[in-house]
Design a protein around this ligand. Structure first.
Ligand SMILES: *Cc1c(COP(=O)(O)O)cnc(C)c1O
Length: 397
C-alpha cells in the first residue's frame, strides 16, 4: 500500500546558498548596511526586477511589511482599514500595531471578498483597504481598485501567500499601491522568516525605508531612490524591522526557482481539484476569470454536510486514511477564524464568512509531490467523504 505523503517537510535550500552563507560566517558581515552591495541590497534589486516594480524593501516579516505600509501611508491614529474577514491573525494585528482599526468585510464561500458587503462597508471613514489574498485566492481586484480609486483610498495588497499569482496579466502585489510578501517557511520562498514590500511610489518607498531602520544616512545604500529622503530624515521613527544578510543569502537562490514552483504548484492543485470536484460532497471553487493561481495548498468546501459533527467525521475519516485536513473554523483557537481575534474586542457579526469557515477544508500540496502522492491524497479525501455521506449521490437527483 502506498504511504501517506509527507506534506509538512520543507524543500531543501539550493546549494548556492551554502557558499554565500560560509562567506558571510567567515567575514561576520551579517548586517545589511555594513557594506555596499550586501546580499539584502542585491535581493531588493532582484525582487524588484522579478516583479517589475520600482522599489523593493526587504524586512523581517510580511507582518512588518504590512505595518510599515500603513505607517508609510501616514494614516492617522484610529484610521479605519478595511480587510477581508478571512485572513491570518497577523493581518489585523499589523493594523492594531500601526494604531489603526481593522474593519472586517464578509468573504464568500469562494474565499474571496464579498463585493456586496465591500460596497456597503467602503464609506468615507475607510482610510485604507488592505486586501489579503488568503491562501493565494485573489478577490476581484478590478472592482476593488475601481471602488477605491473613485474614493482616493489607497490599497495595500497582502500577497504573503501569492508570489507568482497573476491577475489580468499583472503580477499580484503590483495592483495596489504597495504589495507585501512573506518568506516564512510555509510560503513559496522559504528563509524561515522574512518579508518584502514593493511599490512604484518613491515617497512611500522613502518613508518605509527610513522607518524600517535605515538610520542616519543608510538610505544612501538604497539604489535608484529619486525621492525626498532629506525631507524625512529624523522626522520618522526607526522601527528597526530590517532583514539580515543570512536570510537574503537563503532567499536569493530561490528566486530563479519561483516560476517553476508556480507551474508545478498550479498543475498539482488543478489535478487534485478536478478529482475532488468529481464528488458531489466536495467543492473546489474555481478562480475568478482574470486569475492565474500559484497554489501550494488546496481549499475545498464540504457540500451537504449539515452538521459540524459530520464535518468532524470527515476530518477523522481523512486522517484515518493518512491525510490531515484542517477545517478552518472547527479547530480550537484557529488563527484564521475571526472570532478568535479577541484582541479586537467583540467579534463582529459575519454570518457568511463564519459559515464558510465551518465547512472550508485546507490541505497542503507542496510542489514536490508526485502524481502518486496526489492520487493518494485525492483518493483519501474522496473516500473520506463517502465514509461519512455514503456512496456519492448522482448529479441532478
Ligand atoms: C503568512 C501570512 C502572513 C504573515 O506573514 P509573516 O511573514 O509570517 O509575517 C500574512 N498574511 C497571509 C495571507 C499569510 O499567508
Amino acid at each position: 500500500m502506498a504511504l501517506a505523503p509527507n506534506v509538512y517537510d520543507a524543500e531543501p535550500i539550493p546549494d548556492a546558498a551554502r557558499a554565500e552563507i560560509e562567506r558571510l560566517l567567515s567575514s561576520g558581515d551579517l548586517f545589511r548596511y555594513t557594506n555596499e552591495g550586501s546580499p539584502v541590497q542585491l535581493l531588493e534589486a532582484e525582487f524588484a526586477a522579478l516583479m517589475g516594480s520600482r522599489y523593493a524593501l526587504a524586512v523581517s516579516s510580511c507582518s512588518a511589511a504590512l505595518f510599515l505600509s500603513l505607517k508609510a501611508l501616514d494614516l492617522p491614529r484610529g484610521a479605519r482599514v478595511l480587510i477581508p474577514a478571512f485572513t491570518f491573525a497577523a493581518v489585523p494585528s499589523a493594523i492594531v500595531h500601526a494604531d489603526c482599526v481593522p474593519v472586517l468585510c464578509e468573504v464568500g464561500d469562494n474565499y474571496r471578498v464579498d463585493m456586496a458587503d465591500f460596497a456597503a462597508k467602503i464609506d468615507d471613514d475607510i482610510a485604507c483597504v488592505l486586501i489579503s489574498h488568503m491562501r493565494g485566492h485573489t478577490s476581484d481586484m478590478d472592482a476593488i481598485m475601481a471602488a477605491c480609486d473613485a474614493r482616493g483610498i489607497p490599497v495595500v495588497e497582502d500577497a504573503a501567500h501569492s508570489l507568482g499569482t497573476v491577475w489580468g496579466g499583472r503580477k499580484i502585489g503590483t495592483v495596489g499601491k504597495i504589495g507585501c510578501f512573506s518568506f516564512q517557511s510555509y510560503k513559496l520562498v522559504n528563509s524561515g522568516e522574512g518579508g518584502i514590500l514593493i511599490t512604484d511610489d518613491p515617497e512611500l518607498a522613502a518613508r518605509a525605508t527610513i522607518m524600517s531602520g535605515a538610520y542616519e544616512h543608510n538610505w544612501k545604500k538604497h539604489a535608484g531612490l529619486q525621492n525626498s529622503f532629506h525631507h524625512w530624515q529624523n522626522k520618522l521613527p526607526l522601527y528597526n524591522m530590517r532583514l539580515q544578510n543570512l536570510s537574503a543569502a537563503i532567499i536569493r537562490p530561490q528566486l530563479p526557482l519561483v516560476a517553476d514552483r508556480v507551474a508545478k504548484g498550479r498543475a498539482n492543485h488543478d489535478y487534485v481539484a478536478d478529482r475532488l470536484n468529481s464528488s458531489a460532497w466536495l467543492d473546489v471553487p474555481p478562480p475568478l476569470a482574470p486569475e492565474e493561481r500559484a497554489p501550494d495548498s488546496i481549499q475545498f468546501n464540504l457540500a451537504g454536510f449539515e452538521t459540524d459533527a459530520e464535518a468532524r467525521a470527515f476530518q477523522d475519516a481523512a486522517k484515518a486514511r493518512g491525510v490531515a485536513v484542517q477545517v478552518f473554523g472547527l479547530s480550537q483557537d484557529n488563527a484564521r477564524a475571526f472570532w478568535n481575534w479577541q484582541f479586537l474586542g467583540e467579534a463582529p457579526d459575519l454570518p457568511q464568512t463564519r459559515a464558510m469557515l465551518m465547512r472550508a477544508c485546507d490541505v497542503r500540496l507542496p510542489v514536490r509531490l508526485t502524481r502518486d502522492d496526489l492520487d493518494f491524497i485525492a483518493e483519501a479525501l474522496l473516500a473520506a467523504a463517502e465514509d461519512v455521506k455514503g456512496e456519492a449521490r448522482a448529479y441532478g437527483t
